[in-house]
Write a protein that binds this ligand. Structure first.
Ligand SMILES: [Zn+2]
Length: 151
């Protein structure tokens, strides 16, 4: 009796695929946390802190990786979702937590609590901007790998 070979005999098993995806995702997550290229993990996504002179320098990624050539900014408006989802959402969640903590642990009035909370939200929004973009680049490359086109 002749049986046709299963396609699984020539490819990875389901477990191997899962392990490979988990390793790949954790590598992308680690590189994004370290603000490094999601592909090679060696080159920075942004200019170094000692060269930041403006909010633009702080928030704008470099054009691409100098080692592997991976482009960080694919198109105009690419980071709009990243800013609104990751950065804005984290700022709002932290703002709620700060406002609740101030309400519970201080006797501040409404205007004081609101002013302090807005200040914290603005600060955390700017602070998380780089990581929001880095996580977005990593997530986008994980879900939709961007391969260099052949010359
Ligand atoms: Zn790279």
């Amino acid at each position: 009796m002749d049986s046709a070979p299963s396609p699984r005999n020539h490819s990875e098993s389901g477990m191997q695929v899962c392990v490979r995806i988990i390793f790949k995702g954790s590598r992308f997550l680690r590189n994004a946390t370290l603000l490094r290229c999601p592909v090679c993990g060696t080159q920075p996504l942004f200019v170094s802190l000692n060269r930041v002179k403006s909010l633009y320098d702080w928030s704008t990624p470099l054009d691409g990786c100098s080692k592997c050539g991976f482009p960080y900014d694919r198109e105009v408006g690419y980071f709009l979702f990243a800013v609104w989802s990751f950065s804005y959402l984290s700022s709002v969640l932290i703002g709620f937590a700060v406002y609740l903590a101030l309400s519970v642990f201080t006797g501040w009035g409404f205007n004081g609590k609101l002013s302090f909370t807005i200040g914290v939200m603005f600060f955390t929004g700017v602070l998380f901007l780089r990581h929001a973009k880095a996580y977005f680049i990593a997530l986008d490359h994980f879900l939709d790998p961007h391969e260099k086109s052949a010359p």
